[in-house]
Design a protein around this ligand. Structure first.
Ligand code: PLP
Length: 387
């Protein structure tokens, strides 16, 4: 048992003109005194009565400050005889906290040498960051014309749904997403993108980045090969790398990913990632012949195709190209879409169309990630699409 020195009244300065309540100033003083080692474990505190008299403040303020420090584990009650600094706090905690106060925590971290992160985090650090994220100027890729967005309509709908205070909007939601939103997506995809699906297969996500991340988690084990377009979308590389996958780049030409090269490079690959409607970043469309051979290969090898259909709503000269998923009769395609390009990226809403047998695994992975997307924005977007 540690020795308990006799009580004393510390030199506390309180500011009666401050906006910070007196009890809070007292609490701050003790907390700081304890964390920098000015008050040691086991050291007694004056009684609430003495402290109040000494500082000429109400006893309630002292009581409230002590209560808070008790609740946070800085103080402990001594049986029958007052209060002391908690003896359960190890002595060396005070030494290191005090040292931090003198030197600054960053310098202590630097002195202790590099700290290890997981191999997966290390691999992620090797992927070059997206430079375009920091540029909002003209001609930048990946950003829609935000100045043309109908902010008035959008904000009225946000206000209407926010005012409704519906429990459905405010409580926890379904990991698969808000049903009317999923129904609207399924209808849109079947009509405009020739995707074969019903609403039960639509999983709402926080953008297509999360859709890629979840797909990687569900389909890949560490060391599995993933075939990716080269050049290709760095966000996809990050998602597969974070699942511990081994990336195998495949060249693209005027017809999209070169499927014959792909088959040669990764005959046992578990996943192939493609942007067939509008290759990222070069913009070509995958030819019908390549689509057929890709689907045939996936069916033959039991591999999965991840189709990232991120912006095919935009076409200059023709109607949108039908999806690869719509040609797939064996359920080997995971179809991913996003509202980042047709709406705005900060909305963070996207979706995956999942083959029916994979639904439980995708739903579980979504739940583990961040449970569900904002129901408010799913509801607003459902109405927005009807305007
Ligand atoms: C090919 C591709 N996929 C996905 C995305 C990102 O989508 P999200 O904002 O929905 O995560 C982008 C963004 O530019 C992209 O270029």
């Amino acid at each position: 048992m540690k020795r308990i020195p006799s009580t004393f009244t510390p030199p506390i300065m309180l500011d009666s003109h401050s906006k910070t309540p007196i009890y809070r100033q007292l609490y701050d003083w003790f907390r700081s005194a304890i964390t920098v080692g000015r008050m040691r474990p086991g050291q007694r505190l004056p009684s609430t009565r003495n402290m109040a008299a000494e500082l000429q403040i109400s006893r309630i303020s002292v009581f409230n400050a002590y209560e808070q420090l008790h609740a946070e584990g800085y103080l402990e009650a001594l049986p029958g005889s007052g209060t002391c600094v908690a003896r359960t706090i190890p002595d060396d905690a005070f030494v290191s906290l005090a040292a931090q106060g003198r030197k600054g925590s960053q310098r202590i971290v630097a002195a202790s040498g590099p700290r290890t992160v997981s191999a997966r985090a290390g691999a992620l650090l090797q992927v070059p960051p997206e430079l375009w994220l920091h540029n909002l100027g003209a001609f930048r890729v990946s950003l829609p014309a935000l100045d043309h967005f109908p902010v008035d309509v959008w904000s009225k709908l946000v206000a209407r749904h926010s005012r409704s205070q519906s429990l459905r909007i405010m409580a926890y939601g379904d990991a698969m997403g808000y049903l009317p939103f999923r129904e609207a997506i399924a209808e849109y995809l079947s009509t405009f993108r020739a995707v074969r699906c019903d609403s039960s297969q639509v999983l709402a996500t926080t953008g297509s980045q999360q859709a890629l991340q979840i797909s990687a988690q569900v389909l890949l084990d560490p060391g599995d090969q993933v075939l990716t377009e080269e050049p290709g979308y760095p966000g996809a590389r990050v998602a597969f790398t974070s699942a511990g996958a081994q990336l195998v780049p495949v060249s693209v030409d005027g017809e999209g990913m070169m499927v014959s090269e792909m088959i040669g490079r990764g005959p046992h690959a578990r996943v192939v990632y493609v942007t067939p409607s509008h290759q990222y970043p070069l913009g070509m469309t995958m030819s019908a012949a390549r689509r057929m051979s890709l689907l045939k290969w996936a069916e033959h090898t039991g591999s999965w195709i991840i189709e990232d259909d991120y912006d095919s709503e935009y076409r200059f000269g023709s109607r949108p190209i039908a999806s690869l998923q719509g040609l797939d009769v064996h359920g080997r395609v995971i179809y991913i879409g996003t509202f980042s390009k047709v709406m705005f990226p900060a909305l963070r809403l996207g979706y995956v169309v999942v083959p029916k047998d994979l639904l439980p695994a995708f739903c579980a992975a979504r739940d583990a990630a961040d449970i569900f997307s904002s129901t408010l924005y799913q509801a607003v977007l459902t109405d927005f699409k009807r305007c």
